[in-house]
Design a protein around this ligand. Structure first.
Ligand code: KG4
Ligand code: ZN
Length: 363
């Protein structure tokens, strides 16, 4: 029996959680910096680090209160070591290692994507090893074969933009706030199916790799070609931000909703086709969808339908654990704590770039 504290600070969310090896998740607290970065049209690393500093300890106190625990009840401290923004990662790493030093506890350095990858195991029902995982976050799009904790084989990945980036860049071109994935998906609900047909890059490439960078050009062209001046809201050019609200677009511009739907459908079609091929190639019958884009309802609907038709099982993290959070780090830390001796060396470093495959430790 052990309680693992998890600290996530790799990008623009500060997340804290306490995971009990027998009772499961005891508490988790989260602060999102989205509103703060919004006015800059993207994450500002220095502001992100400072905000993590402001929130990490209050969130820890709040989580301990929720779980009715004291610092002395904690048995191990897990933190996100990478990949991510170095300054932001350093906040979580330094707090984790200083606390561990003060409390004489072991630390567990967790790979952020391993957190996402294992997050559906926090749900009920949970998948069983082995499974295929589709990791779709703001920075990564990968298909992995997962044979166990720490046993990951890369099957395919994006050669350019990640799926989340494709959502965010398309959203920006449609004048939506950052990060635009969830807003684009809301706008798409009002779209007319089939009005626009956008490219599905590498759909027939025969491998399990993805490419999404062409999609933003197609979205930009569709936006430019269908603008009908004089428009009350000037259309953004590629690379420019806009603070116009979603509500204005829903009322003013059906075309934008139609383009949003076309972009979402193109992204989801490619993700679904490649994931189905991965299941076929591996012969596995369980698919796990993890990462922020896994919160997309159209994506879930398409995968649910495919699973029913083809007889495989699909698993998602609970909605609140799709995007970055402390629970997945506490959980991945607890799994690694079981599998592998944790460290009592309190010198720390972070790994802003870190390949998930370098993590395999039970080969
Ligand atoms: O996993 P995550 O929270 O952060 C990274 O590790 O990158 O993923 C964030 C990404 C962003 O690109 C965001 O726009 C996207 O997930 N996202 C969505 C939705 N919710 C979040 N994309 C499409 N539909 C959504 N509902
Ligand atoms: Zn993430």
């Amino acid at each position: 029996m052990a309680i693992t504290l998890g600290i996530e600070s790799s990008c623009d969310e500060t997340g804290i959680a306490l995971y009990h090896s027998e009772r499961g998740l005891l508490a988790h607290t989260l602060h999102s910096q989205i509103a703060m970065h919004n006015e800059y049209g993207g994450v500002v690393p220095e502001l992100a680090s400072r905000d993590h500093v402001r929130h990490v300890l209050p969130l820890l106190r709040e989580a301990l209160k929720q779980a009715d625990c004291a610092l002395g009840d904690i048995d191990a401290i897990a933190f996100t070591q990478g990949p991510g923004l170095s300054g932001a990662l350093l906040v979580g790493a330094s707090v984790a290692c200083s606390l561990a030093y003060a409390l004489d506890l072991p630390t567990i350095a967790v790979h952020h994507l391993e957190g996402h990858l294992l997050s559906p195991l926090l749900s009920d029902p949970a998948p069983e090893f082995p499974f295929v995982a589709l990791l779709v976050s703001g920075g990564h799009t990968q298909l992995m074969r997962v044979d166990g904790v720490g046993r990951y084989t890369l099957l395919g990945e994006t050669v350019d933009d990640a799926a989340g980036e494709a959502f965010d860049k398309s959203a920006k071109l449609l004048g939506l706030d950052y990060p635009g994935g969830a807003l684009l998906s809301k706008l798409a609900q009002h779209g007319t199916p089939g009005r626009f047909k956008l490219p599905r890059p590498m759909l027939h490439s025969g491998d399990l790799d993805f490419s999404f960078s062409g999609l933003k050009t197609a979205v930009l062209l569709a936006v430019q070609q269908n603008a009908s001046p004089p428009h009350p809201n000037p259309l953004p050019q590629a690379g420019e931000g806009s603070n116009e609200s979603l509500r204005e677009f829903e009322i003013l511009d059906q075309t934008r909703a139609d383009i949003a739907l076309a972009a979402q459908t193109a992204i989801v079609d490619v993700l679904s086709a490649k994931a189905l091929t991965a299941l076929k190639q591996t012969g596995l019958s369980q698919l796990v969808i993890a990462g922020g884009v896994g919160a997309n309802r159209a994506l879930r609907a398409q995968f649910d339908q495919a699973a029913q038709q083809r007889g495989f099982k699909v698993f998602y993290p609970d909605m609140e654990f799709c995007t970055d959070n402390g629970a997945m780090i506490a959980f991945a830390g607890a799994m690694r704590f079981k599998e592998q001796a944790a460290r009592r060396d309190y010198r720390f470093n972070v790994k802003p770039r870190w390949d998930l495959q370098q993590l395999n430790y039970t080969d």
